[in-house]
Design a protein around this ligand. Structure first.
Ligand SMILES: O=P(O)(O)O[C@@H]1C[C@H](O)[C@@H](CO)O1
Ligand SMILES: Nc1nc2[nH]cnc2c(=O)[nH]1
Length: 307
């Protein structure tokens, strides 16, 4: 006989679909069956930053709609393709389009690709996003290297790791004080300096909100007081799942607009400005990421062509 708890689990929790290890494995195996190279680096393209995927050589690409268990991209500026290839000789997989809470997907679904990355052999994840600048020293077009985050949906209990924990992915209570790899942050600044980008490179704290509405003036003021330098609608959930399963994480925000902090301001946040700033910085971001990828060392570097 079904207990009340089982009934509630099935009727309330199942619709918030959690993918089992076996389902993740099936998706990864489906992809690997069509691939002769295992990616070491997984890249996620933020809004308007899908051009990063075009840098990959010898591409094999899949539309999300053809990949078992994958959600669909519904946002303009997120193409909805998983692209495999090499970047400066290093095998990579790139999400040209990510999923967001505001699209209506459960948090476990928008973070599924991180577990697929892990099962494909990815060791380092590079996440990019578009964000509003809260730090008053930031300018539109600045690139903020994430050193930490504020997880607002998480404060309200919406964490991608909520629910039963499968130890095959990671521990029940993962540490997040080392979420953003410090060596990779330094590498970004070193590579950025060599490319002449120091003037627009920053380091800061990213705050995730659920979206899709942009923030009110009072909300921006509050987030700034809480220690956030930039605000967005993604990345943090992916970071948590990636760290849970032991991948190294690097993340950057392109500051696509100034968050409005002043009641006298005429500025209004809008998605078109977000995409336009992405277009203006695309080339430099592509150079920064590809030069970083070239210099990242991996445990499995010597195995690159064995799969
Ligand atoms: O996927 P990201 O975080 O780059 O997308 C940001 C947040 C919203 O999806 C959108 C708002 O313009 O850009
Ligand atoms: N929440 C939020 N997300 C963004 N993505 C790009 N700009 C913004 C912004 O100002 N606020």
């Amino acid at each position: 006989m079904t207990t009340l708890v089982e009934f509630l689990n099935e009727s309330l929790l199942l619709p918030l679909h959690r993918y089992s290890y076996e389902e993740c494995r099936a998706t990864a195996d489906w992809l690997l069956a069509q691939m002769n190279v295992r990616p070491l680096v997984g890249i996620v393209c933020g809004s308007g930053l899908g051009g990063l995927a075009e840098m990959l050589k010898d591409q094999v690409a899949f539309n999300y709609k053809d990949i078992p268990n994958f959600p669909q991209s519904t946002v303009h500026g997120h193409a909805g393709r998983l692209v495999f290839g090499t970047l400066k000789g290093k095998p990579c997989v790139c999400m040209q389009g990510r999923f967001h809470l505001y699209e209506g997907y459960p948090i476990q679904k928008i973070t599924l690709p991180m577990r697929i990355f892990k099962l494909l052999g990815v060791e380092t994840v590079i996440l990019t996003n578009a964000a509003g600048g809260l730090n008053q020293d930031y300018r539109v077009g600045d690139v903020m290297i994430l050193k930490d985050h504020l997880n607002m949906p998480g404060f309200a209990g919406n964490n991608p790791l909520a629910g039963p924990n499968d130890e095959r992915f990671g521990v029940r209570f993962p540490c997040m004080s080392d979420a953003y790899d410090r060596d990779l942050q330094q590498l970004a600044f070193d590579v950025g300096a060599e490319l002449g980008y120091s003037d627009f490179l920053r380091k800061g704290v990213y705050c995730v909100l659920g979206g899709p509405s942009f923030e009110t003036i009072a909300e921006c003021r509050m987030l700034h007081k809480l220690g956030a330098d930039a605000v967005g609608m993604s990345t943090v959930h992916e970071v948590i799942v990636a760290r849970h399963c032991g991948m190294r994480v690097f993340a950057l925000s392109l500051i696509t607009n100034q968050a409005v902090m002043d009641y006298e301001s005429e500025e209004k946040a809008n998605h078109e400005e977000v995409l336009e700033t992405g277009r203006l910085r695309a080339e430099q971001l592509e150079r920064l990421v590809s030069n970083m990828v070239m210099r990242i060392e991996h445990n499995s570097d010597e195995n690159i062509n064995l799969y």
